[in-house]
Ligand binder design. Structure first.
Ligand code: SF4
Ligand code: SF4
Ligand code: FES
Length: 214
C-alpha cells in the first residue's frame, strides 16, 4: 500500500494514502458519501470544495474526485444555496447585452475583483467571461465557459450576487439559438407548439428531470 498521509475532513483526522483522490480517501476510510458525488470524472461539479494548501497555507478550490491527497490537507465541500436561475425560452434568446440583462440584470454589478477566476477549479478566466458579456461579446463569453462544470464556486465567492456559470450558460444558449436560426436546415424544423412551451415553462425542475428519465 502507498505511503500513508494525514488529511482533515469535517473536524476528523483521517489516514489516507498517496495516490488516492480525496473522494477515494474518504470512501476508503469508511465515509459513505452520497451528497457531493457525481460523475467521478471531473465533469459534473458535484464534488467542488475548498482546501488549505499544506505547503503554503493558502485557501484553494478543487474537485474532490480530481484532488490527490497530500499530508496535512484540510478539505470542505461547498454547500450551494438555491440557484437564482431564471426561466427562459431558448428560441427567444438574443446573444447581446440587452438579451443578457433581460435574464441576468445583476451581471452589470461586476466590479472586476477577480475572485471568481481565482476560485475556479477549471482555471477558467471567469471574470473575463463576465466582462466580455457586459461588453456584449456573448460569443467570447460562451467560448470562455466551454470547460465549466457548473460547480458554482464562482457564484459562492461573488460578493455582488452574480452567478457567472449561469451567465456563461446563457451565452452558450443564446449564441446557439442565433446560429440555429441562421442555419437553413435547422431553421426549417417545425417550431415547438406554444402549448408545449407553456407546459415546459410551468413544470418544476423535478418534473422535467423525471420526464427526461422516461
Ligand atoms: S467575483 Fe463577481 S464581481 Fe468579482 S469579477 Fe467575478 S463576477 Fe465580477
Ligand atoms: S466557471 Fe464557476 S461554475 Fe464553472 S467550473 Fe469555474 S467555478 Fe465552477
Ligand atoms: S464527481 Fe463530478 S466532478 Fe467530481
Amino acid at each position: 500500500m502507498n505511503e500513508p498521509v494525514t488529511i482533515h475532513f469535517r473536524g476528523e483526522t483521517i489516514t489516507a494514502h498517496r495516490g488516492e483522490t480525496l473522494l477515494q480517501a474518504l470512501w476508503n476510510s469508511g465515509h459513505h458519501l452520497i451528497d457531493h458525488v457525481g460523475c467521478l470524472g471531473g465533469a459534473c461539479g458535484a464534488c467542488s470544495g475548498t482546501f488549505t494548501d499544506p505547503a503554503t497555507g493558502e485557501p484553494r478550490s478543487a474537485l474532490a474526485c480530481q484532488l490527490m491527497v497530500r499530508d496535512g490537507l484540510h478539505f470542505r465541500f461547498t454547500t450551494l444555496t438555491e440557484l437564482p436561475a431564471p426561466t427562459y425560452r431558448s428560441d427567444a434568446l438574443r446573444p447581446d447585452l440587452a438579451g443578457l440583462l433581460a435574464c441576468h440584470p445583476e451581471t452589470v454589478r461586476c466590479r472586476s475583483c477577480e475572485a471568481c477566476t481565482l476560485v475556479c477549479p477549471q482555471q477558467i478566466d471567469v471574470m473575463g467571461a463576465v466582462l466580455a458579456a457586459i461588453q456584449g461579446r456573448l460569443a467570447a463569453t460562451a467560448e470562455h465557459g466551454l470547460s465549466c462544470v457548473s460547480c458554482g464556486l464562482c457564484m459562492v465567492v461573488c460578493e455582488v450576487g452574480i452567478a457567472p456559470q449561469l451567465v456563461m450558460a446563457f451565452a452558450r444558449r443564446s449564441v446557439g439559438a442565433a446560429e440555429t436560426a441562421a442555419d437553413p436546415t435547422l431553421a426549417a424544423r417545425p417550431p415547438l407548439p406554444e402549448a408545449r412551451w407553456a407546459e415546459l415553462l410551468a413544470a418544476t425542475p423535478e418534473a422535467l428531470l423525471a420526464e427526461g428519465e422516461e
